[in-house]
Design a binder for this molecule. Structure first.
Ligand code: ATP
Ligand code: MG
Length: 887
């Protein structure tokens, strides 16, 4: 049965039983505690926790899952992949154990036709109820195993739902090892389907034992996970997940690249490498399609690590050309119909993997050489380990990943001294911190001061969404990193207020500027506002008159024009983001931004440059959307609700339980803490200044907004006025006039060139007439200052031609603008005789302070010592005469 039929059968079966089909969530989960989606239930977590209410109490999915925790199992076991598809049926407070168990059995034995005799069941130690249900279906007691917390108890978060689980395993027969059931041999009795019965609420306690069960859940839930890859392997009669139809074409591509066949799952290094390349290729393609880009941390690092492993294992297979583009393309080709994001993002995938492979190969070349030498040395000295110092040097100096070092050393039977490596790494980090400390001693002192203030006063309350002024009191003053009681005129100061309308730089939006006034007229001019430590707003500025004191009542006034200009840019950023995604596709997500008064910078994922037409289209979309006066609406909700409502959250950004959502019209919805205009029409014009690349698959747009865009248009208009003024015509006629003038200029230039050509021919004619016999040929040597330097060669060639080329030499010299030039053109006879035209000029070139270049029968020289030009010309003549003499 093909994997597509396996999916369809699953959906048909549970569809008939009242389940609605929910699409897979992306691999990048909205749950901030999770790096990558790793199970079908992830996207339903809010339902299980009772935080949100599902549309239907029964759902079914085929979920994209990534489990890098299984990375080392790939190729070593037959059943582990770093990416796999998980089929699942879910009940949110609806049906429970009896149905879940009976249906799983029915689907397995009737839907997929698995032999009931080969199915084994596991249940949790004391879950008699489940065991009873399995028995009642007809599973004999000896094929029901009871396992402990590690295998058959499941929980999610603290506090969170938990409960026992029950697994369906399939006996693959004696070829896969000893008998005895899943408790004994999990490769032979492979786990296919896990049914989780969530019925309790878990409290604090170690993750895997001593569940402090708080009580029963209000509603009991079902969460199941059936590994498509594993079931496909069984139904297709193949040994490993890499040989199923999900991965067979990729295994094929790998075999082609390697120029040999996969030996089968035999535990050999070669077998492992084949499976790693094949299996990881799919994970890589899916991760990139879902918006992960390679980097040195988090998901980006997972992706990078997968790619690097593929490259390395491809090498181990003897492949010495790029592999990633090809193997990932086979994934797209094979699975692109079932997972359209692969097809839509295929060029992004190709670009990203190609660029990454190229970079990594450079690192690898260097690192591998060093590593091999080190391994050799270790062996020579009879050592069983590779020193931590070597691993560290490779990591630190050459950027060679330590996991690769460990792996390569392992393959050579050596252990890496991890302890030493870690110690060196920590030492280095400590040193880096230390030197940072010394360099930024003042900054640290300041940070200390902030912490102190935060501990004493808590956080500063931001009241600036609706107002730009507020009455407040001074909570703390910092001068030069020290907490002070007062700050005097002329001093640089950092002011902490209990309440403030000043927005502290965050989410790309710059901090506010303005003034803080005391009752008695003292004034602090605030240049910038920052978050000192989390929740603490620090106003940075200078006391420009009087003295400010702790505890004093003040009035804080944000510069309203600047604030408005910033708000325009922030709202414009959201509109731009929406229009980029509408035009380029969903992958064009925000990666970073700067929101400043009157201008913005926006970084987003995209794989190629935007041409001017695209930029114009996007610009028009933005400005027309703004003209419709879309309202900017701000509301608060839970994170889960916000995302269910389609709000865009930025990767890596942390939001609390209550999130702020900013809607613009009906086209933009983002989680955002920034300040915005009330209606997008207030943004005014948005003008895109530039679009450029800032890294692999990363683009940057810079734009002007509001007044700054208007000022830009003004400048452009002035420039145009100047140009039309110069042309002496009205605006409408400008293009026409300029086109005509350019074309008549081109005509004139052509005519002039023709005249000059004739003139030069005249000169050549005259020079040819002055040829003198010399040795076995003839010679023209002349200084021709009426010829430009760049015309010299043409004239020399023309002279040579006029005289019949084969045994002549022409040497010409000219001088202009303080530069001397010489050129030689000579006939074939001399060349045949072993003379190189450049030889004739070597001495002469030195005399004018330059070098000679050229080859064969023509050469030139240039220099600045014009006073030696005649002398140089004589030298060249002597050389020529000598050569002609020997003809
Ligand atoms: P195992 O113990 O074999 O690693 P698991 O207990 O980690 O499996 P679950 O977390 O219960 O598996 O996931 C549900 C189902 O997803 C499994 O029954 C299996 O079919 C599938 N599955 C889990 N991990 C992988 C993997 N790394 N590759 C392919 N399929 C997997
Ligand atoms: Mg597992």
């Amino acid at each position: 049965m093909l994997s597509r039929e396996i999916r369809d059968t699953f959906f048909a079966f549970f569809g008939e039983r009242g389940h609605i089909r929910v699409p897979s969530s992306p691999l990048i989960p909205s749950d901030p505690t999770l790096l990558l989606a790793n199970a079908g239930m992830n996207q339903f977590k809010p339902y299980f926790l009772g935080e949100a209410v599902p549309d239907s109490p029964r759902a079914m999915t085929v979920q994209k899952c990534a489990r890098t925790s299984d990375i080392d199992n790939v190729g070593r076991t037959t059943r582990h992949a770093t990416f796999f598809e998980m089929l699942g049926n879910f009940s949110f407070g609806d049906y429970f154990k009896a149905e879940a168990i009976a249906w799983a059995w029915e689907l397995f034995t009737e839907g997929y036709g698995l032999d009931p005799e080969r199915l084994w069941i596991t249940v949790y130690l004391d879950d008699d109820e489940s065991a009873r249900i399995w028995r009642s279906i007809g599973v004999p007691a000896e094929r029901i195993h009871r396992l402990g917390v590690e295998d058959n108890y499941w929980s999610m978060g603290v506090p969170g739902p938990c409960g026992p689980s029950s697994e369906l395993c399939y006996d693959r027969g004696p070829a896969f090892g000893a008998e005895g059931g899943p408790a004994v041999n999990d490769e032979r009795y492979v786990e296919l389907w896990n049914l989780v019965f969530m019925e309790k609420l878990r409290g604090e306690g170690p993750a895997k034992k001593d569940y402090a069960v708080l009580g029963d859940l209000q509603k009991k839930n079902i969460d199941t996970g059936l590994g498509l890859d594993r079931l496909a392997a069984i139904l297709q009669g193949v040994d490993t997940v890499c040989q199923t139809d999900l991965l067979a074409p990729t295994l094929e591509a790998t075999q082609e690249l390697a120029g040999r066949r996969f030996p089968g799952h035999d535990g050999s290094p070669e077998s492992v490498s084949f499976q790693v390349v094949t299996e990881h290729a799919r994970s890589i393609a899916f991760l990139i399609a879902d918006g992960v880009l390679p980097s040195n941390e988090g998901r980006g690092y997972i992706l990078r690590r997968l790619m690097r492993r593929v490259v390395r294992h491809a090498r181990l297979l003897g492949i010495d050309r790029p592999v990633l583009a090809e193997v990932t393309a086979s994934v797209v080709g094979n699975l692109g119909e079932d997972w359209p994001e692969l097809t839509t993002q295929s060029s992004l995938i190709e670009q990203v993997v190609s660029a990454e492979e190229e970079t990594f190969n450079r690192t690898l070349r260097q690192g591998t050489r060093l590593l091999e030498a080190a391994i050799e040395r270790a062996r020579d000295t009879g050592s069983s380990s590779l020193s931590g110092d070597t691993a560290f040097e490779l990591h630190d100096t050459y950027g060679f990943p330590v996991d690769l070092t460990t792996e390569a050393a392992g393959a050579a039977g050596l252990e890496v001294d991890q302890e030493r490596f870690t110690a060196l790494l920590e030492e280095q980090q400590r040193r880096a911190k230390q030197s940072g400390k010394e360099r930024t001693g003042a900054a640290l002192a300041r940070l200390e001061a902030y912490r102190h203030v935060a501990a004493r006063f808590g956080s500063s309350e931001f009241v600036g969404y609706d107002t730009t002024t507020a009455e407040s009191t001074i909570a703390a003053l910092i001068v030069g990193g020290d907490l002070v009681e007062h700050a005097d005129e002329g001093q640089e100061v950092e002011v902490v207020l209990h309440q403030t309308p000043f927005y502290a730089e965050s989410g790309g939006q710059v901090g506010d500027a303005g003034v803080i006034r005391s009752r008695d007229g003292a004034l602090v001019e605030v240049r910038d506002t920052r978050a000192g430590v989390v929740g603490l707003t620090v106003h940075k500025g200078r006391v420009t008159s009087g003295t400010v004191r702790i505890g004093e009542e003040v009035r804080a006034e944000v510069d309203p024009d600047r604030r408005t200009a910033v708000a325009r840019s922030h709202s414009a950023t959201h509109v731009l983001h929406a229009m980029l995604r509408r035009t380029l596709g969903d992958h064009a997500r925000q990666q970073g931004s700067l929101v400043a008064p009157g201008r913005l910078r926006f970084d987003f994922a995209h794989f190629s440059a935007l041409d001017q037409d695209r930029i114009d289209d996007i610009s028009t979309l933005i400005n027309e959307a703004i003209l419709d006066e879309p309202e900017v609406r701000v509301w608060h909700t839970s994170r889960a609700e916000a995302e269910a409502a389609g709000a865009m959250a930025l990767f890596g950004e942390k939001y609390g339980d209550v999130v702020r959502v900013v809607d613009i019209g009906d086209f933009s919805r983002e989680l955002c803490g920034g300040t915005h205009v009330d209606n997008a029409a207030a943004i005014g014009p948005v003008h895109i200044l530039s679009e450029s690349s800032i890294g692999s698959s990363l683009r940057r747009i810079e734009a002007l907004t509001g007044r700054d865009a208007l000022r830009h248009f003004d400048r452009e208009r002035m420039l145009l006025n100047e140009l039309t003024g110069l042309l002496g015509v009205g605006r409408d006629a400008a293009v026409d006039t300029l086109t005509k003038r350019l074309s008549s200029l081109a005509d004139a230039e052509k005519k002039f060139a023709e005249m000059r050509r004739r003139e030069l021919e005249g000169i050549a004619e005259r020079l040819a007439g002055r040829a003198r016999a010399s040795g076995g040929g003839w010679l023209v040597v002349s200084r021709v200052d009426e010829v430009e330097r760049d015309e010299l060669r043409t004239v020399a060639a023309s002279v040579l031609q006029r005289r019949g080329a084969s045994e002549g030499v022409v040497v010409l010299a000219t001088e202009a603008e303080g530069k001397a030039a010489l050129t030689v053109a000579m006939g074939n006879r001399l060349a045949e005789n072993g003379t190189n035209a450049r030889d004739l000029l070597t001495r002469a070139a030195a005399m004018i302070g330059g070098g000679a270049g050229g080859r064969g029968t023509t050469a030139s020289a240039g220099g600045r010592q014009v006073e030696h030009l005649d002398e140089a010309l004589r030298a060249a003549r002597e050389e020529a005469e000598a050569r002609l003499g020997s003809l």
